[in-house]
Design a protein around this ligand. Structure first.
Ligand SMILES: [Zn+2]
Length: 266
């Protein structure tokens, strides 16, 4: 891997913005990538990340997710069943907390997540990968929406204020260089009573503690942030949302992931 090109340094904690110190403890490392912990707020993050431009081509999320290594039929079946359960959870939450309207999928990939979302939702998306955003745009336009290729920090300038009834941040915040700034900007592009649905790996899970560096939530250099229930709650609250669903079942220590629903009206 060429170390010379397009790396970005995060000199402050992405959550509390406290200046990064040389004494910050390195918790995990692989090749040139490392994860450190903020001494102020305990947020775990990668101080050196690939620049967006580099991610666009070299580390596009869908490419790293769908690695070409051989997968057994059994594993494929298990993954398929898991993906059905995940989709159902998203649909359940969307149905329960958002009746209809424009729904923004941040990190929308090729848009397939919206294939089984009911017609009363108009799909919109934003993705950093050019190829994926183009693909999603074609399918979203058929339903009256659109998908754009841009960093999510530009969500307001791209879509305007008071546009979305809901935003989906599924398997997204762990990739984002500026999760705090995106959550803040997102609030302006949501309607007054809008919701966000978040799903991220749970760094506080038992599996992470038992499996150590082999835990499935570590992906270098894709996952630049690692959230625990505490640090996720803190970031969501400090960016101006009210958490409306984050119970024990949403953050079970036995699950690798956690789900949260939050609202804009606080
Ligand atoms: Zn911090």
């Amino acid at each position: 891997m060429n170390k010379e090109i397009n790396l970005k340094e995060r000199t402050n904690c992405p959550s509390c913005h406290e200046e990064r110190l040389n004494t910050n403890k390195v918790l995990h490392a692989k090749e040139e990538w490392s994860l450190i912990q903020c001494e102020q707020c305990s947020f775990v993050y990668m101080p050196i990340v690939p620049a967006y431009e580099r991610m666009k081509k070299e580390f596009s999320w869908e490419r790293n997710f769908n690695s070409s290594k051989k997968v057994s039929i059994l594993k494929k079946n298990r993954r398929f069943i898991k993906s059905l359960i995940k989709r159902n959870k998203l649909l359940y939450l969307l149905n329960k907390y958002c009746l209809k309207g424009n729904v923004l999928d941040i990190g929308c990939g090729s848009g397939i997540k919206f294939n089984d979302i009911p017609e009363r939702y108009i799909p919109y998306g934003i993705d950093i990968s050019e190829g994926s955003a183009r693909e999603a745009d074609v399918s979203f336009q058929k339903r009256g929406g659109e998908a754009l290729c841009a960093p999510a920090t530009e969500v307001v300038s791209k879509f305007g204020n008071n546009k979305f009834s809901a935003a989906i941040l599924r398997s997204y915040l762990e990739h984002e260089h500026q999760p705090f700034e995106v959550l803040k900007a997102l609030k302006d592009t949501l309607v007054l009573d809008g919701i966000i649905i978040i799903k991220v790996p749970n760094y506080g899970s038992l599996n992470r503690k038992f499996r150590g560096d082999n835990w499935c939530g570590f992906r270098y250099p894709d996952h630049v942030n690692q959230f625990t229930p505490k640090t996720l709650s803190e970031m969501v609250k400090s960016t101006g949302y009210r958490i409306i669903k984050f119970n024990f079942l949403d953050k079970q220590p036995t699950s690798d992931n956690m789900w949260m629903v939050a609202k804009t009206n606080i």
